[in-house]
Design a protein around this ligand. Structure first.
Ligand code: FE2
Ligand code: FE2
Length: 217
């Protein structure tokens, strides 16, 4: 099917909520590239690498949907450019995990359509509370993701820091950028959001559940 045909046939929810194209663009197969570090398909701990890449891909996808939801509500306000800049970094994160999925033949979580809708709803819903609500969401999510990345760094360091050197570098770089997003949220009055502490706790419980499910399914 041509690109135009594929677009025409796409369900309405995808047109509204954004496409999900983990492996290819409009049917073009993406060639698997070799990875520059000591990681090969044969020498990695498959279960560990599968779990890490699948959940990180899901997380970065969810983050993209959250920022898309925030931009739909606040894109034309004073914080629009700030949110757009963070979203642009999330696009790079997702692109990287899309590449790693192809290279290491990891399937995406079956929950992707769910994260599509939930991510957008979370971003738009908190943005409807005002810019402080959106920033509170950013603080909650980015803190959870940074904590999650730190856990993965520990796991890979315990397994084999040399073999997983490049993957470790990717995760460390992204972890640092998530922490920058977290600080941007705090610097834009996240703590002034309505019921900040409760809101943050509820969002972080959701993140923990999303991580648990995406690692397993
Ligand atoms: Fe990210
Ligand atoms: Fe982020």
């Amino acid at each position: 099917m041509s690109c135009a045909g594929a677009t025409a046939a796409r369900p309405l929810w995808q047109l509204c909520m954004g496409p999900w194209r983990p492996f290819s663009a409009c049917g073009r197969k993406v060639a698997a590239r070799s990875y520059s570090s000591g990681m090969t398909l044969d020498n990695i701990n498959r279960a560990t690498v599968d779990r890490i890449i699948r959940v990180d891909h899901a997380g970065e996808y969810g983050a993209n949907r959250i920022y898309a939801g925030q931009m739909a509500v606040l894109g034309r306000t004073s914080v629009g450019p700030v949110i757009q800049k963070m979203w642009d970094q999330e696009k790079d994160h997702l692109k990287k995990f899309n590449e790693l999925m192809v290279t290491f033949r990891v399937r995406p979580t079956i929950l992707m359509p769910f994260w599509n809708v939930m991510g957008f709803a979370l971003g738009a819903g908190t943005a409807l509370l005002g810019k402080e609500g959106a920033m509170a969401c950013t603080v909650a999510v980015e803190e959870s993701i940074a904590h999650h990345y730190n856990n993965q760094i520990r796991t890979l360091m315990e397994e084999d820091p040399e073999k997983y050197q490049d993957l470790l570098q990717v995760i460390k770089t992204f972890r640092d950028e998530e922490l920058e997003h977290h600080d941007i949220g705090l610097n834009h009055a996240a703590e002034l959001a309505p019921a900040y502490t409760l809101l943050k706790s509820v969002i972080q419980a959701g993140c923990s559940a999303a991580i648990y499910l995406s690692e397993r399914f």
